[in-house]
Design a protein around this ligand. Structure first.
Ligand SMILES: [Zn+2]
Length: 502
């Protein structure tokens, strides 16, 4: 691998001002493809979900997927965009084997949504506004697998396999305006933007937006200009970056690489670049000059899309609470600080805690169990919280049993352990394992009497004023009741019976 010169990040920023443009592709979660009735279900046999339309056979006629248009409008509205009253699809002509029509059906100068913005929150709480240029509808290509080479790339491969199941799956491409003024925080802004966009898409229910599955991917355009100047520098375009961390790393790497090239008197080549997860580097892809000619023209086989204003307003009214505002509201309702809220977010616990409080648990209890015992278990077993075999309603039930005094924390942990082990509902586990706080005063009193009789020497010490020794007797009672007594009450009883003041 060729070694790429990098400037130190601090030195790069001392001289240059980064300008970014982010293009995010989101695969919609529609049941059928954008222009035909083929299923979009994953992991089927290669080429089993195809038809003359998505195979681009001559004479096949496409029809627009209404849910695809609806999803695009929802995304546009959530991004504060204007929604076109009338727009068309366009053919983007180029040849590649994974695109059997030899053109991609996309939108060009008439996107369905345009001129919006998304406010994103940075780690220190600052809000940064990212302006949105456009969001347009298009279709995905098929998938090529290059076989026989060492790298999986086409170079060195003996042959290629083509699977058109993905061809025609609806995509929305969301393009920002140039992001200026972020300075050294540009990589952080890029990451925060993609994170916020992902939350938004999920909240809208139009896609699961799972980056690791390619349902959402980001192209990072980046250029540098000398500090204090206006004119944009030449940009590079790092393609298909598919995790939040990688988006940040790709931007950072390109800032350092551009600065090194410029500082050594070189010029930046306008090109696409590949991002490498292993070391966070990028390498050159293909040269991409502005003159690249896709010979766009309006798609003659599809009618224009003209969403009525009534429909758009109806969709606007149906929009869910936006993620940033929801987080802000929950943070206030739960009375947590920014740091704790961030931990809850990072743990993927927000929705679980909400569902647990909806099931009747106080929010501090819901937080305590999900961020404590359950987070620990998830961590130890390499699962995410939502993969644990326990429901928010079950966690709420455990919290209710604690609140009623039927369980103490120690017993509650055992109940949760039982639920996770598949022993059944909290009540079933309590029943089966015989876990219940002994609140029957008569039974407790007997247990205390027995502990005093069995530990006469300690009891004498306590009578003589060594109150601290009571711990040993409390321990004996807890042991005798298998941890099912209220320790504070046991202590009270011991001191009472021995005639000492607590
Ligand atoms: Zn099809």
């Amino acid at each position: 691998m060729t070694v790429i010169d990098l400037e130190s990040y601090e030195d790069a920023l001392a001289t240059y001002d980064p300008v970014m443009g982010l293009e995010v592709h989101v695969e919609l979660g529609t049941k059928t493809k954008m222009f035909c009735g083929c299923s979009t279900e994953l992991k089927q046999d290669a080429n089993s979900q195809t038809c003359p339309v998505c195979l681009g056979l001559p004479g096949a006629l496409p029809v627009v997927n209404e849910i695809g248009v609806e999803s695009a409008i929802k995304i546009g509205l959530a991004l504060n965009c204007q929604i076109a009253e009338w727009c068309r699809f366009a053919r983007k002509n180029y040849f590649y084997p994974d695109m059997p029509k030899n053109f991609q059906t996309s939108q060009y100068d008439e996107p369905i949504a345009f001129d919006g913005y998304l406010d994103v929150q940075l780690e220190d709480g600052e809000i940064f506004r990212v302006e949105i240029e456009r969001a347009h509808m298009e279709e995905d290509t098929g998938k090529s697998t290059h076989v026989g080479g060492a790298t999986g790339r086409i170079h060195g491969a003996s042959h290629s396999l083509l699977d058109y199941n993905r061809a025609g799956i609806p995509l929305i491409e969301i393009v920002t305006k140039p992001i200026e003024g972020a300075g050294a925080r540009a990589p952080e802004v890029a990451k925060a933007y993609v994170a916020e966009l992902r939350e938004l898409i999920k909240a809208l229910g139009v896609s699961e937006a799972r980056m690791e599955m390619g349902q959402m991917r980001c192209d990072v355009n980046l250029s540098l200009r000398p500090n204090g100047t206006e004119k944009f520098g030449t940009r590079s375009e790092t393609k298909n970056v598919n995790s939040l961390r990688s988006v940040e790393r790709a931007a950072r790497f390109e800032i350092q690489r551009h600065a090194a090239v410029l500082n050594s008197g070189g010029t930046i080549v306008q090109e696409t670049r590949h991002f490498h997860e292993e070391d966070g580097s990028t390498t050159a892809g293909r040269i991409k000059d502005n003159a690249e000619d896709y010979r766009y023209f309006p798609e003659p086989d599809l009618v224009p899309v003209a969403p009525s204003r009534e429909w758009v307003e109806e969709l606007r009214k149906g929009l869910p609470e936006l993620p940033r505002l929801r987080r802000k509201r929950l943070k206030e309702e739960w009375g947590v600080n920014e740091h704790d809220m961030q931990s809850i977010l990072n743990a993927g616990a927000v929705d679980l805690i909400v569902a647990t409080t909806d099931a009747g648990a106080p929010s501090d209890q819901a937080r305590k169990w999900w961020m404590g015992e359950l987070a620990r278990n998830a961590n130890e077993t390499g699962r995410s919280l939502d993969e644990l075999p326990i429901t928010p309603a079950q966690v709420a039930r455990v919290a209710a049993l604690v609140a009623a005094g039927d369980l103490n924390d120690k017993l509650a942990r055992q109940v949760i352990e039982g639920v996770l082990a598949g022993e059944g509902d909290p009540d079933t586990v309590v029943e089966k394992r015989g876990l219940k706080v002994v609140s029957d005063e008569g039974a407790l009193s007997t247990a205390v009497d027995e502990a005093i009789a069995g530990n006469a020497a300690i009891a004498d010490k306590i009578r003589g004023g060594k109150v601290a020794a009571a711990g040993a007797l409390v321990g004996a009672v807890m042991k005798a009741t298998r941890g099912q007594a209220d320790a504070a009450r046991v202590r009270e009883l011991i001191l009472e019976k021995l005639g000492v003041e607590g």
